[in-house]
Design a protein around this ligand. Structure first.
Ligand SMILES: Cc1ncc(COP(=O)(O)O)c(C=O)c1O
Length: 398
């Protein structure tokens, strides 16, 4: 816990909220700072597509800006984008939704998740999520004064958060479950059978569930990600969260959305007004273009990531100290660093020092991430090849 005191008159006051005091320092940011002293550092930490947003998507945003679309937009998002999202959800995910009742456009999935938490969770409630997990979930749960309950996922089971590991964690305080498939940081995916198990659980205990799906299109080996909300009877329980960031290399546009039950959506819209009011129209028009005309780009990017995936998995598995599970989705590998005989912090620092390759320590992804590091393979193929060459040279091959 970190406190900041300031003097007001002769009174010393702690100015920070509990959420700020309890906020975890980012383990990824720490590695960034350490990497600054190496001009030749190769940074494989950030979950950022290695591509610039496709030109036609940028141009759609520019046209909107040039047409003077510089004002506030409706809280729920502009109608053309809600229509486009409803079309996409039905066509690709099998989720039927009314664009006027079940959808809200948000500032990326990050704000979508925060908004969902603020709308559903009270102080003292419990939120079940997988561990290791995307770090922002922990910060957001902290911000609503709720308690994170971690479902330990296991590499041997493809890092899947299945119903059998969730059920023992459910108490009368459980309000929400978060699933994330494909997952950051593990790249693990839930298949239809896993989702059916979770659906049965949610129905049995009458719980809300967020299905955070920003990596749904980044899948490999013919796997197709199914949406929990498409399972019969699930539409009232599930808040489907998605984003344009990863699928279309649009992280800087900050556009995402939630599809949920009508009553929940009404309240999401109310609280969204207090949080960001609305998402800029040019960014929303770029997202419309992405949905209707971005398919070709997605295919090209996924092919590129897939090539990187093979390179990194095979490469790491040949290097002493690492053991790397082959992820089925997203653009991360989460190799075990057991062979180094170090904590994840020590291993990430050691790798940086010896090779100038920047990786994220597993403990940055929650208490259950220890023993691993995360590497993002969305960057240039040549950079990944060079990072592997340096690691082979430094640590030797098996
Ligand atoms: C699992 C997960 N959910 C949500 C997000 C948020 O994405 P954005 O806010 O860019 O849409 C990220 C970003 O890294 C993520 O990894």
């Amino acid at each position: 816990m970190s406190c900041i005191f300031i003097e007001l008159g002769n009174v010393n006051r702690n100015i920070l909220s509990n959420a700020a005091q309890n906020a975890l320092a980012s383990g990824v940011r720490r590695m960034f700072e350490l990497a600054k002293k190496y001009p030749d550092a190769i940074n494989l930490t950030l979950g950022e597509p290695g591509f610039i947003t496709p030109k036609h998507i940028i141009e759609a945003g520019m046209r909107s800006l040039e047409a003077g679309k510089t004002k506030y937009t409706p809280n729920a998002g502009i109608k053309p984008l809600r229509d486009a999202i409803a079309y996409k959800l039905e066509k690709e995910n099998g989720i039927r939704c009314d664009p006027d009742k079940n959808l809200i456009v948000t500032a990326g999935a990050t704000q979508a998740l925060m908004l969902a938490m603020v709308t559903l969770v009270n102080p003292g409630d419990e939120v079940i999520l997988q561990g290791p997990n995307w770090p922002d979930y922990m910060g957001q749960i902290e911000m609503v004064n709720a308690k994170a309950v971690y479902a330990r996922v296991d590499e041997k089971n493809g890092f899947k958060m299945t119903a059998d590991i969730i059920e023992p964690l459910i108490t009368e305080k459980t309000k929400l479950i978060i699933i994330n498939s494909p997952s950051n940081p593990t790249g693990g995916v839930l298949d239809e059978e896993d989702l059916l198990g979770i659906a049965a659980l949610v129905k049995k205990y009458k719980l809300f569930i967020i299905s955070d799906e920003p990596y749904e299109r980044l899948v490999y080996d013919g796997f197709r990600q199914k949406s929990l909300a498409a399972i019969e009877g699930m539409e009232d329980y599930v808040l489907t969260v998605n984003s344009f960031s990863k699928t279309y290399a649009m992280t800087g546009f900050r556009v995402g959305y939630i599809c949920a039950n009508e009553k929940i959506t009404e309240n999401l819209i109310k609280l969204h007004e207090n949080m960001v009011a609305s998402v800029p129209e040019p960014m929303q028009m770029a997202a419309v273009e992405a949905i209707y005309n971005g398919e070709h780009d997605v295919k090209e990017m996924v092919e590129y990531y897939d090539r990187n995936r093979h390179l990194i998995v095979d490469g790491l598995n040949a290097i002493r100290g690492f053991s790397c599970h082959e992820p089925k989705g997203a653009f991360y590998v989460f190799p075990s660093i057991g062979g180094f005989g170090m904590t994840s912090n020590e291993a990430a620092e050691y790798i940086l020092e010896k090779t100038h390759v920047v990786t994220a320590p597993g403990n940055a992804f929650g208490p259950l991430g220890e023993g691993y590091i995360r590497i993002c393979y969305a960057s240039k193929y040549e950079d990944i090849a060079e990072a592997l060459r340096r690691m082979r040279e430094a640590f030797g091959t098996k």
